[in-house]
Design a binder for this molecule. Sequence first.
Ligand SMILES: [Zn+2]
Length: 166
Amino acid sequence: MQTEQYSLVLRKKQKADTVRKQCKMCGKVTIFTDTTIRRHNANGKNIYQFAIYKCPKNHSWNKKLDIYKSFSEHVDPANLVETEFNLIQDGEKISLFKSTETFYEINISSAEGSFRLDRTLADYIEDWSRTEIVQKIKNGEILLNNRFTKPSQKLSIHDKILIVVK
Ligand SMILES: [Zn+2]
């Protein structure tokens, strides 16, 4: 049984973060802009989260954001180590019925601000209304970190939302 895995960066609507620094490729100080793309790399027992910044000439710089132990509470190393996540872009909605998968997993790779589970899913899933999502959370067809939860539950970084499509 395959699980389709997604990652989601939850941010308040704001201008992209910029950093002034030397670009080795350009050979001068320039402005790097946060692409909002996040990448996870494993190194021993630690997992590092990087933000990908780009200079105006499209050269990349990886800013280290977080280091967390792969064996801490709800971080399943199997899901992070060398896993290619489908990043859900801002304003994009995913369709759960496009493929034949039964299980969908959405990993919260960043949560800057306060985000309710039901509202967030309604924002990013095109197939279901918020009312339907609330019902599915109550039915246990949507789990948070493999547990029953409530629609108003706030999301945090490293949370894992499991969706069972019947
Ligand atoms: Zn450059």
